[in-house]
Every structure is written in C-alpha cells, then in structure tokens.
Write a protein that binds this ligand. Sequence first.
Ligand code: 0RQ
Length: 493
Amino acid sequence: MSLKFITAEEAATYVKHDDNVGFSGFTPAGCPKVIPEAIARRAEQEHKEGRPFKIGMFTGASTGDHLDGALARAEAVKFRTPYQSNKDMRTLLNAHGAEYFDMHLSELAQSLRYGFLGRVDVAIVEAVDVTEDGEIVPAEGVGILPTICRLADKILIELNRFHPKELRGIHDIYEPEDPPMRREIPVYKPSDRIGQPFVKVDPKKIVGVVETNREPDGSKFAPLDDVTLAIGRNVSDFLVGEMKAGRLPKSFLPLQSGVGNVANAVLGCMGENEAIPPFTVYTEVIQDAVIKLMDQGRVTFASGCSLSVSHEALREIYARLDFFKDKLLLRPQEISNNPEVVRRLGVITINTALEADIFGNVNSTHVLGTKMMNGIGGSGDFTRSGYVSIFTTPSTAKDGKISSFVPMVSHMDHSEHSVKVIISEYGVADLRGKSPVQRAREIIERCAHPEYRPLLHAYLDRGVKGHTPQSLDACFAFHRAFIETGDMRNVKF
Ligand code: 0RQ
C-alpha cells in the first residue's frame, strides 16, 4: 500500500470537533509540530464562523509551543491530560477554559487501553521513518505513541527529515498485556531490550503523511547558581555516604532524575564526584548532563522516554550517533516509568518539590494549594517504587518570601510514606525510620532556611497532642501570611 503524502492543512481536516486526539512525544521531544498548528488555525476559522471546535488531548507529557501553545491560544481544547508546562496552556486550564486532569505518566497508556478515558479517534505522531507496510520509527521522544497508534481509527504522521533515519534501532517498543494475562515486564537492567525498534500498525489506518524538516524546540538550561550547585553537591555527598555505610552497592544503582535545572545540576555534580563509580540511568527524560557524562565515560548507559536536550546536545548526538546509539535506549513511558521495573532495578529517584511539610509530605503541583503548575509527571511513578526516593528544593521561593518548608502542604502529591530523603541547599533530612516529630526536627534543622527555623519550631512546639502534632487552627498560617501580607515571615499563630 503506498503512503499518501498530504499538507498539514489537509491533515487537519481529518480531525473533527469533539474528537479525542493522541499525540506522540515526551516533553517537546518527538511531538508533532505542523499538524497541531494547522488544527489551531482551523479551530480559529471555525470559531470565527460561529461553529464550535474543541478536541480532547492525550499527550505523553509536556509538549512544545507548536502543540500545547498553539491549541491553547486557539481555545481548541476540550480536555487535556497528563503533565503540561506551557504558559498559555497553564493559564487556560487554571481559568477552566479546558478541563484538565493530572495523572501518573506510567498509567496513561493502560488507562487508554482499559477504556477509562474514552476513545482515541486520531493519533498524530512524529516519525523519522515510515514504511508502506506500517512500520513507524518514532523521533527522539516516544511517550504514548504505540498505544495511540493501535487504538486510533486514523493515524496522521509528521515525517520529520531533521532527524537522521539512522535513529532506527535506538527505540525499544513494547506494550504489556492487559490483566488478567499480564506477565512481568522482563527488564532486568537498564540496557535490556524486550520489544521492537519500531511500532507496527495496520497501514490502512495511516490516512496521511506530512513531510517536514523542523528542528525540535530544544531544552534550555540556566547557568548553575550557588543554590542549585549546593543542592547538587548535597545529593552526591549523601549518595557517597550511603555507599560508604553499605546501604548502596559499591557498583551503584541506576538513577532517575526529574526535569529542569536542579536535576541537571545534580547529575553534573554526581558525574564530577570521583567517589561515585560510572553509573547507569533509568529515567524518563535524558537531559544534557547525561550526554556530557556519557562522553566522559561517567554514565555508561541511559534508558529513557525522550532526549530532552538542548539544540547543541542533540546536534552532538546526531553527529556522533555511532558513539551514542548503543548507550541510549528510548522506551514508551509505560515502560520507562513502570513502577514494577523501577522497584526491581532499585532505581535511586530524585525529583523536585514545590513545597514539603515538616512531617515529610510533598506538594509538586499546586502553588498555594490552588494553581496548577505542571502536574505530577513521572515523580510518583518513581518515588513510590524507588530504592531510595529523594526530593530536592531550594529552601525558599520568591526572594525568601515563601518558605518551601511549611507546617502542612497546601496540596499533597507524595505522602510521608513514599518520601525518604529531602535535600535543600542547607543539607539533607534523612526521614527513614523516623517518627513524625523526629522527621519535623530533622527537616527544620537541616533543610529549612535559617530565617524560618524559629517560626517552624514555634509551630511544632505549640503543645498539640497526638502522634502528628498538626494544629488544625494554624497549619495554613504560613500560606495565609503570604496571601495577606506577601511574605510568610509575617506569620502569626
Ligand atoms: O516560579 O517561574 O515564576 O520564577 O515555582 O520553581 O525553583 O524554578 O523549579 O523549574 O525545577 O520547577 C516542582 C514545578 C519545580 C517541577 C517544579 C515557584 C518558583 C518558580 C518553578 P517562577 P523552580 P523547577 C519529571 C518529574 C513535578 C513533576 C516532576 C515540577 C517556579 O519540578 O513540575 O517532578 N515537578 N516530574 O518561584 C509558590 C512555592 C514555590 C513556588 C517554587 N512553594 N510556592 N511558588 N515556586 N516553590 C518531569 C516529567 O515527568 C516529564
């Protein structure tokens, strides 16, 4: 069957008002670009002519501005899941211009298969290669691509010539069976391959292929500042201490680290710490620091769902694909983030908190309990199942007016049972085997900003009875002080 090459405008006509659309990719990596923009233009035209046009969106995680940004600005979104980080999309969903529900990233593909989230009408995917018999080779981010291609009636492909065809072979595409037939996912080390290097679909479902040549957005990393650097050093010193104490094998364990500057800094510091042997990575986003450390022989293998790297790093990988290809592996997020595999491999997990409470609960998603920031992403997939789960955060936000350590989190994503270690620029709170009051003293003394320590101690020492001395009258006094005066340091109990 020959493939039908069409324009982005023609592709957009296959998407109807009220359709649910699945998109490939994970972070901007591997996301379609020109078809979403054409859908946004179409939505604007329909709205101008007085007709409704909104679609439901299933993505891997956050996407690029061509996708989330364009569709949000066109007010073309009925609902969206999971993680997002585009400013226009964030504004839209916080204003209820689109319904948003947040999910653990590993769960999305199976939730679609189980029928929990409705149908997938159209799959729109970026590829580096597609064959007439229906083999699709994803680009540098996979996400939920295999599942949406299998479930959707229609598949639209963006064949992006920017990526070398030689990426074929870097992916490992595997979808587990559904219960009650599911067996173990046979990944026993990060480099294990268990599937195929492409997604195979019925070629009749491929209704059109749009050729493009678009460079991905590329991640940007801020230069390291003193706070990020101190957090990175505290994490790597903590892990060296764990090795010395015999609580981590001398050969080390695979590492997961979240997205952003802190995660990149942590990896950089670990790479520089000679006491840590060369290590592997089992993560969702492979960032610049991993590529640099691979070049230096400090990271020996990295399994992830996407190459969320800067333009420079992606060009470097493509220019030296022979060197990198057998050290990198890209999987669907259902496998890269799979709790079964994370628990089996003993992954050391490092994620970022917006705020933590003194008893060890973590808020990663809601600013002041109400405004959605990005979403839980893969942090829950990894934290709950990790060998040792670490959260990092600067001790304050907004020039010291917000303490990242509060009596009670204003929204909870990760409970005290899953959070094992918290690290700020001041130090490390090791919460393992400690009661709520012991945890509170550890967090206040080791992680909180010195200006906030007396205020947090005063809260803890209010004489409330009970296992967890949480005062229901005053637990949000810090947040209230910020809302009313613009500074948590003005807190009064
Ligand atoms: O605000 O942007 O206006 O300056 O929050 O904070 O310190 O720049 O940190 O960019 O690493 O983001 C948790 C959001 C941290 C992210 C979160 C304000 C602060 C700033 C950002 P400005 P920073 P980061 C992998 C794993 C959840 C999912 C996850 C995240 C902005 O890491 O989304 O871990 N994690 N996934 O000023 C009010 C507080 C605040 C606060 C910080 N307590 N109250 N505002 N800020 N603390 C990803 C995937 O799964 C793909």
